[in-house]
Each structure stands twice: as C-alpha cells, then as structure tokens.
Design a protein around this ligand. Structure first.
Ligand SMILES: Cc1ncc(COP(=O)(O)O)c(C=O)c1O
Length: 444
C-alpha cells in the first residue's frame, strides 16, 4: 500500500516531486517487523533509520511513556528538575566511558553534534584562545542536518544547493579500505590516513584547530570500517596537538556494536566528547545526548573564577517523557542481555553477509557488530554511481516484494536491524537480499 503525500516534504526530497511519489505506508510494527497498510509484513533491515535497537512494540517503553505523561508531561530544564531526567543522567554517566560524566540532553543527533561543536568553541573562548575554532571532519561522514553539523558532513553530493560553512571546516580523505591502492599494505594505508589528520592540523596551525569529529564507523557514508588502530592513533594525534576528539556515536552507541558505547570498548579511545541519539530511545520518541568529559569542565573552571554560561539548549532538553523512554529502553537492553546477543550474533551476521561475495556485482562487504554495508557496482572499471543507485532501487523493490526493507544508501545496501534479531531471521534477511541482488542483476 502506498501514499502520495501532498503536504509532507520529506528529508532529502526532490521538492519538484512533492505529491508525485508513492511512499510505502506503514501501519503496524512488532519485534523486527513492520507491516504496511495492506498487511504485508517486512523485516526491517535498516532498523528504522539505524535506531530501533530494542525492536518494535515494547510494552515497557509504551507504559513508561504513558505513565510519565500522566505524572509530569513537561518541565523547564532552565529552572527545574524532574526525577526521571536526573535518574537518566546518572545512569548515562555511569555507562559512559572514562570521565564523560556531564550529560547535555538534545532533541536528536544533529543537535547533539551541533552542541558538541558549540561546546568546543565555548571551551576555547573560556580558555582565552578564541582563534582555536577550525573543525576537521572526513569525506563520507554524516553528522546531521543543522547548519553546523551539515557543514561537517562529508557526503559531497549532498552539498549541492545547500549553503555550508566552508572557511573553518576541513574534510580529510575517507579512510575506506576498499579505496586503498592494491600495492599499499593496510598498515601503510592506516599510516597515510592518520598522517592526513596530523598534516591538516599542522597546515591550519594547531593553535587554530578546535576539534576532530569522527563516527567510529561511518554509517550513512555506507558503513565504512576504518583500518585497525585508526581511531586510537587519530586520538593520539589530537592529544599531541591539543585538539578535541569528538566521537559521533549517534549510530554506534546503545548496542549496535555490542556495547553501550563503541569508542572505548571497541576502539580503545576515551574521547573528549561523545554524541548520541537514535538507540538512546530506540526511536520511540526523539532524544539525543552529548557527553562532555570532566577534564574540559575542570579546565574551564580553573581558567577563571567568573561564571561561564554555556548559552545553548532546547525547550525539550531532558524532556521527561523522552527520559522515561530512554530509561525503559536501557533497562530492556540490560535485562534482555542484548549486548551479549549482538556479540554472539556478530560473527554469524558477518559470515552470512560475506557469502554474498560470489555475486559478480557485489564489490565490497563491510560488517561490524550488527551494522553492514553491501556495496554493488555494475562495472567496477567504469564507475557510474547513478547507474548503480538505479540498480539498488531495483534491488530494494524486489526485496520489499519478498518481505525485506533495504533502503540503500547510494551504491550500498546498509543493514542495521534491531538488536533482537535471531539467527534464523539473519538467514532470512541475507537470503532475501541475495535473491534481490541476483534477480535485479539477471534482469539487466
Ligand atoms: C553519525 C550521525 N550523526 C548525526 C546524525 C543526525 O541525527 P538526527 O537525524 O537524529 O538529527 C546521524 C543521523 O543519521 C548520524 O548517522
């Protein structure tokens, strides 16, 4: 069942086509499945938008939200406290790595990133170095849709017709192992990508660079897993040059890689700030959270005896209903041992997806935890991205007819199913995906 919305301008939509496109209309959901308005059941490969971590239809979250709405539907975070938000901030500080004990609530991922960057500027102003404002990011990164976070995003084709901050934001080449020259070892490739960061800091001048921002794994960029050791070494470079390291864990936090946070447990890095959203509430209601290290707060304190107001925040910062959803969501992750489930399933998920390697147009398969990108190119020697995008639309259409949502990103099918997925559902997912790619390829 589809709907041609006349009045709903969607994210990324071609504005010349409002009302012309038929969108699959969803009516119900349960577990790892959504159901369209005609009753067709679809396994949710992308997990909503990388966010439905505990799966759909969780009564505990629904009840917690309803209860909180009855008890206290809103409080002003400027002047009041609410037990539910206090409890959530304590729980989050407890779960976060290292000294990331200061939780700044936001409305989603973009506002978490925006707030992190604004905090980096604020921090440097407080320390008396107002010229330290440049930000370094990477090609293929996605950090959000506010002016500042979108300017730090590196998906170049998405910048057309959209104004961006250009003079103080710098994009490094993407650390995508597939793009490594054949005669270069992975270690040498990693050296090169780490040097890109250090060289850029030196070129701009370390006294002018505020922060390096990086997703542990680039999600919307196609699930790009950097070479081993990359993040740890980038973090060392940042420390050496007094540049803040911001980990954008909007996708990777809350279980996607088998841990509450991926930075320390997977990549051995304790960042200066971490941004989160999505899996924090599993998409039941909007909420994001920025984690700021004690070190930064202490440095601001010791720089002066004056008050230092971080003049930033939202009407819905720490919204009690969202906080109730987040607490219930975290309780489910802990009670149902979902992190352990991801750790146990990850090798099967990877092996199963890697089996698609025998399909001629599949040119790269990248998997980590329950995140995967299956890249398809019809002619690797003569790249034509639009042709490959069209091809993946076909794959998506066929998979949907067979009960799987794919929703490709450019030339990659990206998968991030609910963390509750079972082994047999992984087999179903990969089986339908194989059928979709092979059928589309054979029909060319
Ligand atoms: C890594 C990353 N950062 C930030 C964002 C922006 O989050 P939101 O859409 O909640 O504003 C996204 C969204 O996909 C993301 O993947």
């Amino acid at each position: 069942m589809t709907t041609a919305d006349q009045n709903f301008l969607r994210p990324w939509q071609d504005v010349t086509s409002i009302g012309e496109f038929d969108w699959t209309s969803l009516a119900n959901s349960e577990g790892v499945f959504v159901q369209d308005t005609a009753g067709n059941e679809l396994l949710d490969g992308p997990g909503g938008m990388w966010c439905v971590n505990v799966g759909y239809g969780r009564e505990e979250i629904i009840e917690a939200v309803a209860r909180q709405m009855r008890d206290l539907s809103y409080f002003s975070p400027w002047s009041m406290a609410a037990p539910v938000t206090t409890k959530l901030s304590e729980k989050l500080a407890d779960l976060a790595p290292g000294d990331l004990n200061n939780v700044f609530f936001t409305t989603g991922g973009s506002t978490a990133v925006d707030s992190a960057l604004r905090f980096a500027f604020f921090y440097n102003n407080c320390l008396g170095r107002p010229e330290k404002k440049h930000i370094i990011s990477r090609v293929n990164a996605y950090h959000g849709s506010t002016y500042l976070s979108s300017s730090c995003s590196g998906k170049m084709r998405e910048k057309a017709n959209m104004d961006m901050i250009a003079d103080t934001i710098h994009l490094l080449p993407c650390p995508k192992p597939k793009d490594k020259p054949a005669d270069l070892s992975m270690d040498a490739f990693c050296d090169e990508k780490v040097s890109d960061l250090e060289n850029k800091i030196l070129e701009i001048g370390a006294d002018k660079v505020a922060a390096f921002i990086a997703e542990p794994i680039m999600a919307s960029g196609g699930v790009i897993v950097p070479p081993d050791g990359y993040h740890k070494r980038c973090h060392e470079v940042c420390r050496k040059h007094d540049v803040l390291f911001i980990a954008d864990e909007v996708v990777t936090a809350f279980g996607r890689l088998g841990h509450f946070f991926a930075s320390e447990d997977v990549f051995d890095v304790v960042p200066d700030m971490i941004t989160t959203a999505k899996g924090l509430t599993s998409g039941y209601v909007p909420m994001g959270a920025l984690f700021i290290s004690d070190r930064l707060v202490e440095e601001i304190k010791s720089a002066s005896n004056e008050a230092r107001n971080f003049v930033s925040g939202f009407t819905y910062s720490g919204h009690p209903v969202a906080a109730a959803a987040a607490l219930a969501n975290i309780e489910i992750i802990e009670r149902d041992r979902l992190l352990e489930n991801v750790q146990q399933l990850a090798p099967d998920f990877e092996a199963s997806l890697q089996s698609l390697n025998d399909i001629p147009c599949v040119t790269d398969i990248r998997v980590k935890g329950l995140m995967a990108g299956v890249e398809c190119e019809l002619d690797e020697d003569h790249p034509d991205e639009m042709r490959d995008v069209e091809f993946l639309y076909k794959v998506d259409e066929i998979c949907q007819q067979n009960g799987l949502l794919v929703r490709p990103v450019y030339n990659s099918c990206v998968m991030s199913p609910p963390l509750t997925i079972s082994r047999s559902q992984i087999d179903d997912l990969v089986g339908i995906l194989r059928g979709g790619i092979e059928t589309a390829y054979n029909n060319l």
